[in-house]
Write a protein that binds this ligand. Structure first.
Ligand SMILES: [Zn+2]
Length: 439
């Protein structure tokens, strides 16, 4: 049966097929915002059938169609988080260290608890419910070194019908003994997980070395071998987040020109490679990422919280690198992609760069889908795409209600929401056309 949803509807579209937005993109393929003040989104069997003006589409609906009315609310595509760690849910907002000390003091002890599969299952369920509460319907997720951490997050995503990519972490040096695998188990465990989960329903697997510091050359080679045997899986890791980290990489891999070069030398820079942070990179690195089709995850709340640096979106765009936003919880301070866009705006402003509402929505939806090579499935309301969407309520708080009453355009309302909104403003999240039941 057809379901229809009536509200203001906004999503991003592209003219032409060029996957890059903004900056040096050839004219005609820049993303643009399509809005319907009194709009209708029509869904059937979990997929988008049509989007447009309610006045045009309502008469075309069959008599059996069910119309849900959301007056005063805004429907946008489900948000996509391009980098997040589910095992760090409970250490979000841990005080006072930069990356390497923060990992030792907070992240590693928290991840050690995932040796208990029951704990992993409880946190995975809570984590995905929080994503949905925040309007995030797809994410690229780090597990822990334990293979069953990946099983736990995949099982929880499958139960919720979510499109999700995740992987078990690879780490065998420069980290606590209790969190180490080895090159052989990294390979065999990841391979078994790929066979179990990759391509099952809406799920995808990411080979997930934590970062080059915590993997031996043998382990990076094993990851590269696995990647070459599975060209359609993702690769998910960190790159050039912190200056002390970059210095240690230069010592550990003196033969490499740059941090990215370490990954590239092991066959880990390609389409579906996603590098979180990319703060301390140069033109050659951006050129390599662009040529090979790799993506950058811009994680502003984490970069500010851990004092790591400022992401240069303009340079990434000029080099035509695919970019999305990531929360990077627990280094990041919110699972809300709206709050993440808020901090992205400020990080860019500090560098004389702009982030208008249309581009923020693009980074949260279609642009992120392009970064993850998921844009044939999700990211906007083109006919046939999976119906993942969010109902935003500008009236959810007193201040945003006042602000939205004086807004004179949908773009203005969306911009104010990216500055003022959080999970309170998510009235509902829909996954493949079904309203998420958030426990
Ligand atoms: Zn991270």
């Amino acid at each position: 049966m057809r379901q229809a949803y009536r509200a203001t509807v906004a999503h991003c579209l592209k003219k032409g097929s060029d996957p890059f937005g903004g900056g040096a993109t050839p004219k005609g393929s820049e993303p643009f915002l399509e809005c319907y003040e009194d709009g209708l989104l029509i869904v059937e069997d979990g997929h988008v059938v049509a989007v447009g003006d309610a006045a045009t589409l309502l008469p075309q609906l069959g008599a059996d169609a069910d119309v849900s009315e959301f007056p005063g609310k805004v429907i946008v595509p489900g948000f996509i988080d391009c980098h997040v760690h589910f095992p760090q849910l409970d250490i979000i907002a841990s005080y006072g260290e930069q990356l390497l000390d923060w990992l030792d003091r907070y992240a590693y002890p928290a991840e050690a608890k995932f040796a208990d599969r029951g704990h992993a299952e409880v946190v995975a369920a809570a984590f995905l419910d929080e994503l949905l509460r925040n309007g995030t319907t797809t994410a690229l997720v780090f597990g822990t070194v334990h293979a069953h951490s990946a099983d736990a997050i995949f099982e929880a995503a499958e139960a919720r019908g979510m499109r999700l990519i995740a992987g078990k972490v690879l780490m065998d040096i420069n980290c606590p003994e209790y969190l180490r695998d080895d090159p052989v188990s990294a390979y065999t465990d990841s391979k078994a997980l790929i066979e179990r989960w990759h391509g099952k329903g809406r799920l995808g697997y990411a080979i997930t070395p934590r970062f080059a510091l915590t993997s031996s050359a043998e382990q990076l080679a094993a990851a590269g071998r696995l990647a070459s045997e599975h060209p359609d899986v993702w690769i998910h890791t960190h790159l050039a987040e912190n200056e002390a980290e970059v210095e240690q990489i230069a010592k550990q891999f003196p033969e490499s020109r740059s941090y990215l070069d370490v990954y590239d030398a092991h066959g880990l820079v390609r389409e579906r490679s996603v590098f979180a942070h990319c703060l301390h990179v140069d033109e050659d690195d951006r050129g390599c990422m662009s040529t090979k089709g790799a993506a950058a995850a811009f994680c502003p709340t984490s970069n500010l919280f851990l004092g790591s640096g400022l992401f240069d979106l303009k340079a990434m765009r000029a080099a035509k690198v695919r970019c999305g936003l990531g929360t990077d919880v627990g280094g990041g301070t919110s699972l809300s992609m709206l709050r993440t866009a808020n901090e992205a705006y400020k990080v860019l402003h500090l560098q004389d760069q702009a982030l208008p509402a249309a581009e923020a929505l693009y980074l949260l939806t279609l642009g992120a889908a392009e970064a993850l090579y998921l844009d044939e499935h999700v990211g906007n309301f083109e006919r046939g795409k999976e119906a993942d969407f969010v109902v935003l309520d500008p009236g959810a708080t007193v201040i945003s209600a006042r602000r939205s009453r004086v807004a004179t355009s949908i773009e203005e309302t969306l911009f104010a929401l990216t500055m003022l909104a959080d999970d309170r403003h998510v009235a509902a999240s829909y996954v493949a056309g079904k309203r998420a039941e958030i426990r």
